[in-house]
Design a protein around this ligand. Structure first.
Ligand code: NGO
Length: 555
């Protein structure tokens, strides 16, 4: 397994198509708009012409990210006015909360009052939970836009929330601004019916190498929600920092969390902080997947408690960026008291299904110890009611029933290692795909990218989007794929600006791989939809990487 990263440092990933693709404006405005309407008329968004300009007064229905499953344009647009009301089902607290969330997004830029009401009058923006629409599942929705009303229907609240994200993207980008804008607030007529391809659509933030405050995490959650990401994986412990308060082992956070890469102050989340993150994530329909990495990547814990070391001596805190040098002491009984306490407390705090136990780069643990450790630790996770997630090295041990393995290999990963993961997948282990040379958001875009690493090569926007999760890992059945996740490791990342520059615009592409049907997958069409996100990201204050592969609008 060491070989993965050592080998991969030498893998050169070609930088793809570096020329901006812009289509010259050779057709008159009216014809251009007609073309867009016709293009939007097909049932998927695959055929919108590349770089089509000028921007029409009404955005074509379906020009959003992730691409919806089905788009049927038609009829007159819906127009928001100063008298518009947001009408929610009277019996659903969650529908009302989502309505209020929508109103808070729309009020500053429109300047309209947009009261949220449960009156039964016709018209307005309607948020409906429909028990009959079971076909929409846990997260699907229907959006119907007509001259008289705009109706969002879902079977479950998460679907309504995703419908709101679609609605945001159908309105002009300036809707995201926090001051009043004088533009017509129109949504093209027609119907979108949309359900996700995968149930697991994640983003990971490494809060260990550099600590990020609750507000920084909340800001990232808000950005993830716009693209229908539904899992936030928090990498809460590593060699450089332990970031979550554990009452039964208090020094983990107070001492183990007291520094970070480069020697800064670090930090940790109190139980209250963590609950605030959980609450915010839940309000955005994201499930938090907490990770305690073990048995390697544990220097912060080993430094905090001498008894966790086989030698009985605590090492110093670590602020560098090496990996693979630390291990919990597998033969010692106290190791499992420790794991039990940590898992018990974390599982009790976390409402989600999953608990990630790391398991990567255990280069200081023998294979036999690694297997023995995982055999003892996975049942502890189950005992506290959670499903195990581990980095794909877990497949070298015996993954628990129902466990998910997170694959972070790359093209250069050995066939034997790929085969080991594929075999586990055939035997029932689910896969979360995070190929490092595709979706590691900490990889540099190109040699000039000021932040990030390059051990998996350079990852331009097209490369991160242009692959298929279902057929990615040879020998692994498509049905084993639970979804995709874009990790952001933070050796070089220490501010929200850094997060945003590395995540955007690659994150929306990963979100699309997770949400949209394979039939919509088409880089030429995607890059046009992504380009339309440029002004929106800018309005949200996201300083994204202006990839030359994407035909960003010039204004
Ligand atoms: C690897 C390693 C992490 C690094 C990351 C940097 C995994 C699963 N383990 O990914 O410790 O931070 O690369 O890209």
């Amino acid at each position: 397994m060491t070989a993965v990263r050592l080998l991969s440092t030498t893998v050169a990933t070609p930088v793809e198509g570096t020329q901006p693709v812009r289509q010259p404006r050779t057709f008159p405005r009216l014809f251009g708009s007609l073309l867009l309407v016709v293009a939007a008329g097909i049932s998927t968004v695959g055929a919108v012409p590349a770089g089509a300009e000028p921007a029409p007064a009404v955005r074509p229905l379906g020009r959003i990210v992730p691409a919806p499953a089905s788009v049927q344009p038609g009829g007159a647009p819906y127009t928001l006015t100063p008298w518009t009301r947001i009408r929610v089902d009277d019996h659903s607290r969650e529908a009302r909360q989502i309505g209020t969330y929508l109103a808070r997004i729309l009020r500053p830029s429109t300047g309209y009052a947009l009261p949220v009401t449960d009156d039964h009058l016709p018209g307005g923006i309607r948020l409906r939970l429909s028990p009959r629409d079971q076909g929409l599942g846990e997260e699907g929705y229907r959006l119907e836009s007509t001259r008289g009303s705009l109706t969002l229907t879902a079977h479950k609240p998460a679907g309504l929330f995703h419908a709101v994200q679609t609605l945001r993207q159908l309105l002009p980008a300036s809707v995201e601004k926090d001051s009043r804008q004088q533009v017509p607030w129109k949504v093209a007529g027609g119907t979108i019916t949309d359900t996700p391809r995968y149930a697991y659509r994640g983003a990971m933030l490494d809060v260990s190498r550099h600590f990020f405050t609750v507000d920084q995490v909340k800001r990232y959650i808000d950005q993830l929600a716009l693209y229908k990401i539904n899992k936030l994986h928090l990498h809460l412990s590593d060699d450089q920092g332990w970031r979550i308060a554990i009452d039964s082992w208090p020094r983990l956070a107070t001492y183990g969390g007291s520094t970070q890469v480069g020697g800064g102050r670090g930090g940790h989340y109190t139980r209250k902080d963590y609950q605030e993150i959980l609450g915010h994530a839940a309000s955005r329909y994201l499930e938090v997947v907490p990770e305690i990495d073990m048995p390697g990547h544990t220097n912060a814990a080993l430094a905090s408690y001498a008894e966790l070391n086989c030698s009985g001596i605590a090492p110093p805190l670590y602020t560098g960026t090496d990996v693979g040098f630390s291990s919990l002491c597998v033969p010692k009984p106290v190791t499992y008291d420790f794991v039990d306490d940590v898992v018990r407390e974390l599982a009790a705090l976390t409402p989600g299904r999953y608990l990630h136990i790391g398991g990567d780069e255990a280069h200081s643990t023998s294979h036999a110890d690694y297997v023995a450790f995982m055999d003892k630790v996975q049942p502890i996770v189950a005992k506290y009611g959670k499903t195990v997630v581990g980095w794909h090295q877990l497949t070298g041990a015996t993954p628990a029933k129902g466990a998910l393995a997170q694959y972070w290999g790359l093209d250069g990963t050995s066939d034997a290692e790929k085969a080991q993961v594929a075999r586990a997948a055939r035997n029932g282990t689910g896969l979360i795909l995070s190929p490092a040379d595709r979706v590691y958001l900490d990889m540099k875009y190109n040699k000039d990218t000021p932040l990030g690493l390059d051990w998996a090569g350079f990852v331009e926007v097209r490369r991160s989007y242009d692959w298929d999760p279902a057929t990615y890992l040879p020998g692994a059945p498509g049905s084993a794929v639970a979804g995709v996740e874009a990790p952001l490791w933070s050796e070089t990342i220490s501010t929200s600006d850094h997060i945003e520059f590395m995540a955007f615009p690659r994150l929306p592409g990963v979100a699309e791989l997770g949400w949209s049907p394979a039939s919509t997958h088409d880089w030429e069409a995607y890059k046009v939809r992504l380009a339309a996100q440029g002004p929106r990201m800018a309005a949200l204050g996201i300083d994204f990487y202006r990839s030359p592969q994407v035909p960003w609008p010039s204004a």
